[in-house]
Design a protein around this ligand. Structure first.
Ligand SMILES: [Ca+2]
Ligand SMILES: [Ca+2]
Length: 82
């Protein structure tokens, strides 16, 4: 899994902070994809689906069992239903 690496070669620091990652679904996990190089201020990161609050890196494909067959990558490990 790729993390929120802070790029020092592409971002010019001029007293401003890195842009904050979006958390569109307000589940506390911010989306690194929408804003590459963003920083998860005030929250964890790595939300692979920032439109569904039930999907996050701490989600589970197994609990509830129905998640196993919902066609979603509930735990953001890159594998749907696994
Ligand atoms: Ca989110
Ligand atoms: Ca998964």
């Amino acid at each position: 899994m790729s993390g929120p690496l802070i790029s020092t070669g592409q971002i010019t620091c001029s007293g401003s902070r890195l842009p904050a990652c979006h958390d569109a679904d307000a589940n506390g996990f911010r989306d690194y994809v929408s804003v590459p190089g963003c920083f998860p201020y005030g929250g964890a990161g790595g939300d692979c689906d920032d439109t569904d609050p039930t999907i996050n890196p701490r989600g589970s494909e197994l609990k509830p069992k129905a998640n196993r067959h919902d066609g979603k990558d509930n735990d953001c490990n890159g594998t749907v239903d696994g």
